[in-house]
Ligand binder design. Structure first.
Ligand code: 9Z3
Length: 327
């Protein structure tokens, strides 16, 4: 067998794995509703009166938060992936500012756009009951609460921000597939900015216990299988013309760049954003075929976020990518 046969066989194997992942996944609740809102979103952002946000037809799908892997069908126990959702939520705000429309695919309960300055428990910490019939915002938080509500509602009402929640790996990948197929006709104008922390291993639905696993039976042995590599399918089949950005997270600095390079080549990403867990809010390294650029948070003022210069750089490289198709 030569190298071409090898590559074809590998592609077939991974295609089959992907197919069987979806065939055996629990049905996505609200799939019809999600498809409808995606269609409305895309229509609104491609019609001539169009994307009212500035950059005609430019849409970014931002994934955010960690996926869970259930251990039981009834969902008592699960394995989680770390991600607060800050990267995705902050990037959403900067992309909106840059004139993009955003599909925000986020883990339920994680950080939301426009809410980063709110305290941990906004309902209990920002409001007071003035008398029996009225609730007031405390003066200290009034501006932050006003901004969170008005900017979020305005973006959703204008149709430039579509928020879709997920919890499990099954929901995440099924919704990502629906989004990518919906954005396909946007060609190079679409970006996939995959900041979600996605499980590498899972328990297939058909081999999962139905009821809560009993601890009386002693120690638990279970076999997790690998989640098929969806980056390849997304890149090559679901949205082949889009600009694809994945993230590489490591805790060991010494292997970070090598792994980012590997992901860039293996999945033919346009950009891999490498970050270390402990310094992820300070700096990231943007890896492309041509360059490695370290992007740092501006340390001269307290509220600065690394996502600001990061999104600026992404928009610049995306513009260059689109130009190649115009030429
Ligand atoms: C990231 O690396 C994100 O930057 C973080 C952001 C999850 C670190 P926070 O949400 O943190 O602001 O708290 N995301 C991708 C992580 C991931 O699962 N990458 C896979 C990998 O490293 C590739 S898709 O293998």
């Amino acid at each position: 067998m030569d190298a071409v046969d090898d590559a074809n066989q590998l592609r077939e194997t991974s295609k089959n794995e992907v197919m069987s992942f979806f065939e055996s996944s629990p049905l996505l609740k609200d799939a019809a509703e999600i498809e409808k809102s995606l269609k409305e979103f895309v229509d609104r952002n491609t019609s001539s009166s169009g994307n009212l946000n500035g950059k005609a037809n430019r849409v970014v799908c931002i994934t955010s938060g960690g996926t869970t892997v259930p251990l039981e069908k009834q969902g008592v126990r699960y394995i989680d992936n770390f991600s607060s959702g800050h990267r995705g939520a902050a990037s959403t705000e900067y992309f909106l500012k840059a004139g993009y429309s955003v599909v925000f695919l986020y883990r339920r309960g994680t950080c939301q756009p426009f809410c980063s300055s709110l305290p941990d428990d906004p309902l209990l910490e920002c409001f007071s009951v003035a008398d029996d019939s009225s609730i007031e915002v405390d003066a200290l938080h009034a501006e932050t609460v006003k901004r969170a509500i008005t900017e979020n509602r305005a973006a959703v009402a204008e149709g430039i921000l579509l928020k879709l929640p997920f919890t499990t790996i099954f929901e995440y990948l099924q919704i990502l597939r629906l989004i990518s197929v919906s954005l396909r006709d946007l060609g190079p104008s679409a970006i996939f900015f995959l900041a979600a922390a996605v499980s590498d291993f899972y328990i297939p639905w058909e081999s999962m216990a139905f009821h809560k696993i009993q601890s009386a039976s002693g120690p638990l042995d279970m076999r997790l299988v690998q989640v098929p590599k969806m980056l390849s399918v997304l890149r090559n089949e679901w949205a082949p013309m889009a600009f694809h950005i994945s993230f590489k997270l490591e805790t060991d600095r010494d292997i970070l760049l090598a792994n980012a390079d590997m992901a860039l080549k293996k999945y033919k990403m346009h950009m891999v954003i490498a970050n270390e867990l402990s310094t992820r809010k300070e700096e990231v390294i943007v890896v492309t075929e041509q360059e490695k650029v370290t992007v740092r948070r501006d340390n001269t003022w307290a509220g600065a976020e690394v996502e600001c210069p990061l999104v600026e750089l992404v928009v610049d490289r995306h513009s260059a990518y689109i130009k190649k198709f115009d030429a």
